[in-house]
Design a protein around this ligand. Sequence first.
Ligand code: E4P
Length: 224
Amino acid sequence: MKFFLDTADLAEIEEAASWGAIAGVTTNPTLYAKIGGKLSDFHNHIKRICELVDGPVSAESVAMERNEIVRDGLELAAIAPNVVVKVPTMVEGLAATKELAAHGVPVNMTLCFSVPQALLAARAGARYISPFIGRFDDISDDGLAQVESIVEALGNYDFSESTVNGERIEVIAASVRSAHHVTQCALMGADIATVPVGVLKKMVQHPLTDAGLESFMKDWEKVQ
Ligand code: E4P
């Protein structure tokens, strides 16, 4: 499993990238607003993220109509070679994905909540598909079960004719709220988990590691 950092915060990205575990970054309009981002600086900001990370950086189009999404997508893709255009799962988004894929632009189909949506995204030519876990749990449903079904359903078919250069589609487990989510997604075979830095920190921690470290340090004092 690969890990992406789910943030638009440059300091968080720089810090997490130094840990060696980050293979990419995902952003969304909320994450950009959260760091006080402004529309006029959006493309520059994505460029800065692309310079910090040696891997795919998802930047979202906020357009609602297919031609506008394609125009947005082409502009975003021109920022850096590692930009991936995030497109919402909806009819206009599918049409735009087909068009962007034809231009060789990788698309991360986002806000995916069902197997039929994921299958349609795959047929439209998406490079990445992002089922959301936490938001599904928030409506008293089972986000992890949904990821499991999507991984299984996509694995049943060959989508190489739909994707750019026949690349394999990767499932990004998104809206990840805990290290437990990460464990379960890894066991289900999700390709990537995109995680906030808080979850990444929790993934490193274990009480037995802390206890073991404390006892080693105490014993080491005895040999001084
Ligand atoms: C990532 O691609 C998503 O935008 C993100 O994981 C959403 O997470 P949230 O549901 O915690 O906002």
